[in-house]
Unconditional design. Structure first.
Length: 392
């Protein structure tokens, strides 16, 4: 049996997984998420002799990375850690070969310094304390300077769908199913285009300044403007097939997506990944035309209708779905996603877990499955959720 916490991370993600004492932290929401909720749990874990076997930063969005910046800025140096961390997965600019360019110039330095001075501030203006005011360093810089094992080394390799599964204690195996290397390189290429417009000539040498500027740019980069999904209060009850539009955010496309298994129990954590990328990785794992049954599925991008497609839900199903969002920001989760999850036939009762009560969760409580499938709605802001018992 595994258990997990889905922390109140406002519009972000933060998950702590405990598999018989082997612990994984996936994202940490905003700085306030770490300060208000995660820090105390990690302190209690450390006092009991526990450690974090793996910390995953799925991608460089403020609502995923802010709390991790807080953790790694406060956790201390080797020999004096607040909590021991065995390895960290995080894709920064240093994790991909940087294309050679002109030698670093004073103008290049000035452009990067200007981005760093702007910092992470204002990345998500609607969230209180989105990233702590003292955070003027990238996660890459904190990991390197504080001596963490990073991407199985010094952070110079990427975590993508080509890496071998990571075997941990408690029979725990973590398999990366995304992103592809191409998705990471697309994000890097967009960064280069943007800074080159400012006059950046390019440098082939990785530096702390380059790491800082890249991550601060990624965390604050605006998402593509797309048509709004149907408001919850609207009388039109459209289905997911009618409203789905594939995500085009290159940042979301770079998100680390995982299958975490222990014995016969397995969970699917999708970060903010694109549905099409997840489908391409899961299809080969299907037997016949039956969906793959996971013991828990963390719904991509806070339940956005841009990241969960009908095809994805035909391939992956579960008795436990996790939706992390307070309904602010882009208004996630979209009800069409929730309805599609529970409207499909199933031989089991689906439990839909939220970390906040939202208009979408309230509407789901009043919804009747079109197929008659049983489901229940739960809000678990601070509680452990037990996972296990599904069969494929």
């Amino acid at each position: 049996m595994l258990k997990l916490k889905m922390y109140p991370a406002r519009s972000g993600d933060a998950f702590l997984i405990d598999a018989s004492g082997t612990n994984i932290l996936i994202d940490a929401g905003f700085a306030s998420t770490y300060q208000d909720f995660i820090a105390a749990d990690l302190a209690n874990l450390a006092r009991g002799g526990g450690r974090l076997s793996l910390v995953v930063c799925t991608h460089i969005d403020a609502d995923h990375i802010g709390g991790l910046l807080e953790l790694f800025s406060l956790n201390g140096l080797p020999g004096g850690r607040g909590i021991e961390v065995d390895t960290v997965w995080h894709n920064s600019l240093r994790s991909l070969p940087f294309p050679a360019g002109t030698p670093s110039s004073a103008r290049d330095q000035a452009i990067l310094e200007a981005i760093r001075r702007r910092g992470f501030q204002g990345a998500v203006a609607t969230s209180p304390n989105p990233i702590s005011a003292r955070q003027g360093s990238s996660l890459a810089k904190l990991l390197r300077q504080n001596g963490y094992a990073w991407n199985a080394g010094d952070g110079s390799n990427s975590v993508d769908d080509s890496v071998s599964p990571l075997a941990l204690a408690s029979d725990l195996v973590v398999q990366v199913i995304g992103p592809t290397r191409a998705r990471l390189e697309a994000l890097r290429a967009r960064w280069l285009r943007d800074v080159q417009k400012l006059g950046f000539g390019g440098s082939s040498q990785a530096t702390d300044l380059l790491d800082d500027a890249y991550e601060m740019w990624c965390a604050a980069a605006p998402e593509p403007v797309l048509p709004l999904a149907t408001p919850i209060a609207a009388k039109l009850n459209r289905q997911l097939a009618e409203v789905y539009m594939c995500d085009t955010s290159i940042s979301n496309g770079s998100s680390i997506a995982l299958i975490i298994s222990s014995g016969s129990t397995r969970m699917l954590f999708l970060g903010d990944a694109w549905a099409e990328d997840v489908v391409s990785k899961l299809k080969p794992l299907q037997t016949a035309f039956a969906p793959i049954i996971f013991d828990a599925i963390k719904v991509s991008h806070h339940g956005s209708s841009r990241n969960t497609s009908v095809e994805l839900l035909s391939i992956a199903d579960s008795p436990c779905f996790l939706v992390s969002s307070d309904g602010t920001g882009h208004g996630h989760p979209d009800f069409e996603v929730l309805a599609e999850i529970v409207d499909r036939p199933a031989p089991f009762t689906r439990q839909i877990y939220f970390n906040y009560e939202t208009p979408a969760s309230r509407k789901l409580r009043a919804h009747t499955s079109r197929s008659g499938a049983a489901f229940s709605v739960h809000v678990a802001e601070h509680d452990w959720i037990q996972v296990g018992g599904a069969s494929s």
